[in-house]
Design a protein around this ligand. Structure first.
Ligand SMILES: C[S@@+](CC[C@H](N)C(=O)[O-])C[C@H]1O[C@@H](n2cnc3c(N)ncnc32)[C@H](O)[C@@H]1O
Length: 235
């Protein structure tokens, strides 16, 4: 199933089935975040709220995730000119030397302090600080170390491994060009789609979990409607 939402193309299915049929260098940049474990509910407390009264699961159960093999990364490099692969430290694959570190500014949380991406865009290491720990979220792309005071402005979390729109906005602003063709083989919550919509590039987002495909789709449609709705001051 394929759906076009302005510059965002969504595909419901397995990314490997699609990648195999894509011509070489179909995309300028692939920004991907494949699973490195077999699914959130197979990790204790992942995507859960732990309190004195017990453990509450915050998200729907997902399908079993498959950790990608070398074949996936080979295909990814074949179809895209540049890549940014989140979680590169978990995969047994030789990536180009460039690294991007997202510092989650999450204080004493037991979750990882940072996430690491490999890229062939450059050979150095770049750092993006943006707070992301439950209700504690960064204020903006440029004030990521400062906590958003108004919780109503927080990004709604719909996926257990959701990345902030601000992270994708920073990546695109820093490393992409307008009108670039972007690929995300593991769409998840669709945060990348909102950043692409704002930045002015096209995106193909693939997701194989039916629940999360529809949740991301709804989120993107809602965002696009908000953007195109006439503002109240215009009458
Ligand atoms: C780590 S999450 C991505 C989170 C995303 N970056 C975000 O910001 O929300 C990985 C996602 O890939 C999906 N997935 C797993 N295997 C897939 C496959 N072979 N093809 C497409 N999607 C897949 C999972 O259902 C999950 O939603």
């Amino acid at each position: 199933m394929m759906e076009q939402l302005n510059n965002i193309t969504l595909h419901f299915g397995d990314c490997m089935d699609m990648l195999k049929n894509m011509p070489d260098k179909s995309f300028d940049l692939a920004i991907v975040n494949p699973p490195y474990f077999s699914g959130p509910e197979r990790r204790q407390f992942y995507g859960c709220k732990v309190s004195k009264i017990g453990v509450k699961r915050l998200y729907e159960k997902s399908e079993t995730w498959e950790v990608p093999t070398a074949e996936y990364f080979d295909e990814l490099q074949r179809v895209s000119k540049y890549y940014i692969v989140w979680g590169c430290n978990y995969f047994n694959y030789i990536f180009a030397p460039g690294r991007i570190v997202w510092d989650k500014c999450n204080g004493s949380s037991s979750f990882s302090d940072c996430e690491i991406a490999a890229t062939n865009l450059f050979t150095s290491v770049r750092l993006f600080p943006f707070m992301w720990n439950g209700m504690m979220q960064g204020k903006s792309v440029n004030e990521g170390r400062i906590m958003q005071g108004n919780k109503k402005l927080n990004e709604k979390r719909i996926h257990p491994t959701q990345k902030p729109v601000a992270l994708y906005t920073w990546l695109l602003t820093k490393f992409a060009k307008e009108k670039w063709r972007i690929l995300d083989t593991h769409l998840g919550s669709g945060s990348i789609a909102i950043a692409c919509e704002n930045f002015g590039c096209s995106l193909l987002g693939i997701e194989k979990d039916e629940h999360y495909y529809h949740a991301a789709r709804e989120r993107i449609i809602h965002y696009q409607h908000q953007q195109h709705a006439p503002s109240k001051t215009q009458g």
